[in-house]
Design a protein around this ligand. Structure first.
Ligand code: OAD
Length: 253
């Protein structure tokens, strides 16, 4: 059976759908994914630009890196994959949760309402002193932006390596993984924990794991987790997700 057709069948029968997206869903919008083969993020070592130690060592470099990423977002728009997930949310309403590892705000820009941002957002800063959270447009924030309240150094509100996820957001994602009967892994290499563990939580839900959710992977290609999912749909998500919506609307339940 065609994988998209089969995915649509599972979704049609689902009571609650939870989605985890990763960088791949934004690839067709022009946002680079993380796991390039050289192990660098746009020429930088991850240790230098995405760890608290890197920020302490060289906040100039870290801000330069994030200001550049913020600046690039100005030219970026949601792609048909993002819009397809808005349609899925409309179909399931409160029986749907979109969890993302992305920090680019493209799901919200497309119109998704209930996005749980596990790894923070390029649109927000957090004060290293008073912890004040602030939402910004994509205007330049300066070389070393300071807090308006206490004048201490601001940092991007991004979860870096070796940092904990925001508790309230993780709680929402965890509950949604436990609640769903279909879990979609979309455009993620599913190797960064705890986000990647959500699929296992969904699979093991229920007293003895016997009510486990069906896990469906949408990715450009097979990944390290492909042999442990129930179904894989391979191809660009900007193409496969709209096809899925089309398939769902052909035979509305
Ligand atoms: P990765 O770069 O690890 O994986 C991107 C995935 O998207 C890969 O499996 C690609 O095959 C797939 N992909 C690429 N283009 C695609 C397309 N057009 N359609 C569908 N799939 C496509 O990105 P993430 O899994 O998001 O964390 O990485 C997870 C986390 O690692 C990130 O959130 C980031 C990073 O460390 C933090 O910054 C905390």
């Amino acid at each position: 059976m065609d994988a998209i057709f089969e995915a649509a069948e599972h979704i049609r029968q689902a009571r609650y759908v939870t989605v985890l997206t990763g960088a791949g869903v934004s690839a067709e919008s022009g946002v680079p994914t993380f796991r390039a083969s050289d192990g660098l993020w746009e020429g930088h070592h991850i240790e230098d630009v995405a760890t608290p130690e890197g920020f302490r060592r060289n906040p100039h470099l870290v801000w330069e890196f994030y200001n550049e990423r913020r600046n690039k977002l100005k030219q970026v728009r949601p792609n048909p994959g993002h819009y397809a997930l808005v349609e899925l949310e409309k179909r399931f309403a409160e029986r749907f949760t979109l969890v993302t590892q992305n920090v680019d705000g493209l799901h919200q820009q497309a119109g998704s309402n209930t996005v749980a941002e596990l790894h923070g957002s390029l649109y927000r800063t957090r004060c290293t002193g008073c912890k004040d959270l602030r939402i910004h447009d994509l205007e330049p924030l300066g070389e070393l932006p300071k807090c308006q309240k206490c004048d201490r150094l601001l940092r991007p509100d991004i979860v870096w390596f070796r940092e904990e996820l925001p508790k309230e957001v993780w709680q929402r994602a965890y509950l949604a993984a436990q609640a769903c009967d279909v879990f979609l892994l979309i455009g993620t290499s599913a190797v960064v924990y705890p986000a990647a563990g959500l699929a296992q939580i969904a699979r093991n839900r229920g007293p003895a794991g016997d009510e486990g959710a069906t896990i469906i992977e949408f990715n450009l290609e097979e990944t390290a987790v492909s042999n442990s999912v129930d179904l894989g749909v391979y191809g660009p998500s900007g193409v496969t997700l709209p096809k899925l919506i089309e398939q769902l609307s052909m035979n509305p339940s």
